[in-house]
Ligand binder design. Structure first.
Ligand code: KIV
Ligand code: ZN
Length: 387
């Protein structure tokens, strides 16, 4: 089946950095931007230049140093924002201005006290302003997830006519169900006359834990860019996790979609982002969590030790993770115990493992995890008493 590329738009340095406590200084942002480029992302959203002099400087310096990826700066649908974003992107080899406005009635009435017609005109206007500075203009329809589809189609058609090269359909509040988000993208593909002149982009938040599922539904229905962050960092419950969407597409080749990301760099970069932003990754996080390749229950361990594929759909090597772990707890079985003892250099026969297993359970019931030191002690006592 011919494969089509999905562009990966990384917003760790913009939406991710908005997380309280994750603020970065320019030097840190430059280092992470270089690492993102090495990872193979297509677009790096480097910041929101008008938001502070520090962010302006970060976007400027990242623009100077990044050679392969597109560098993008965020702005509101405000002329001054767009001018400042353009100035910060002056040195970029491939600059993109990301501008836009809220299109749901919640935003139109609650935030702007405006009308759909007025917002439509502002949307057209901001794209035209941005086009004065760069060819590559991405428009975001904030809260598109809760925007009426007919009106959204009108806005999308108008901004493409005004010159938008990419149209972002954010589920800003993480409200959509995957089938609804997919249908929204399909609706736009089927009802916007000039849709072939732009790329549709998914930008999904994770308030209901659906960001990855929604982004995948989006690309299954014709979107060709996903906006995401390392470790799923982002406002509130976060954004779509880059490592998750990349691996979904890599594992499900029948979708006919691929990215340019080098998956072997996912775990090292996850750790680096976590250290730099001082934001721990939950142990059970898909792909990059400390337990993503750990097996602790007897049933799973037995199956895994016979054939890894029984309980692992990803080879840890493919995502740059440490090798799979067999963790010993009171739920572990004899095969796991034998495996770990063998790794430590002990050779016990089946009957001996049976006897050791009883001793093992005694230890395991009294602590959370049985570690190498416990195993050594257990094996030595067993060897002395059975000598
Ligand atoms: O979530 C959102 O809608 C955004 C836009 C500014 C793109 O982050
Ligand atoms: Zn966002």
């Amino acid at each position: 089946m011919p494969q089509q590329q999905v562009q990966i738009f990384d917003t760790t340095l913009r939406d991710g950095e908005q997380v309280p406590g994750c603020k970065l200084v320019t030097k840190e942002k430059i280092e992470l931007a270089l690492a993102l480029q090495e990872l193979g992302v297509d677009i790096i959203e480097a910041g929101f230049p008008i938001s502070s002099p520090g962010d302006f400087e970060s976007v400027t310096e990242i623009s100077k140093i990044i050679t392969n990826a597109t560098v993008c700066g965020l702005s509101r649908a405000v002329q001054k924002d767009i001018e400042v974003a353009a100035a910060a992107l002056k040195f970029a080899k491939k600059p993109r201005i990301h501008t836009g406005i809220g299109t749901s009635d919640y935003h139109i009435k609650g935030k702007f006290n405006s009308t759909r017609e007025e917002i439509l005109q502002r949307a057209i206007q901001c794209v035209k302003w941005a086009k004065n500075f760069v060819d590559d203009v991405e428009f975001y329809a904030e809260d598109a997830g809760r925007t009426d589809n007919e009106y959204l189609a009108t806005v999308v058609e108008a901004v493409i006519k005004a010159g938008a090269t990419v149209v972002n359909i954010p589920d800003t509040t993480g409200y959509c169900l995957p089938h609804q988000y997919g249908e929204k993208i399909a609706f736009l593909r089927n009802n916007v006359a000039n849709i072939d002149k732009a790329i549709l982009s998914c930008h999904c938040h994770n308030d209901l834990g659906l960001a990855t599922a929604n982004s995948i539904a989006g690309v299954m229905n014709g979107a060709r860019q996903i906006e995401c962050t390392i470790n799923g960092l982002g406002e509130r419950a976060g954004n779509t996790a880059l490592e998750e969407v990349v691996m979904v597409l890599q594992q499900h080749k029948t979708l006919g979609l691929y990215t340019n990301v080098n998956s072997k760099l996912l775990n090292p970069l996850s750790r680096r982002v976590s250290d730099t932003m001082r934001m721990q990754v939950q142990p059970n996080k898909a792909i990059v969590g400390a337990n993503a390749f750990s097996h602790s229950s007897g049933i799973h361990q037995d199956g895994f030790l016979k054939s890894a594929i029984t309980y692992e759909i990803i080879d840890p090597v493919d995502v740059g993770a440490d090798t799979s772990k067999i963790v010993l707890t009171a739920r572990s079985g004899r095969s796991a115990l034998a495996f770990r003892l063998h790794k430590l250099g002990y050779q016990f026969n089946r009957n001996e493992i049976d006897a050791l297993y009883t001793a093992f359970l005694g230890i395991a019931d009294s602590k959370k995890e049985v570690v190498d030191e416990d195993l050594h002690q257990m094996a030595e006592i067993f060897a002395t008493t059975n000598a």
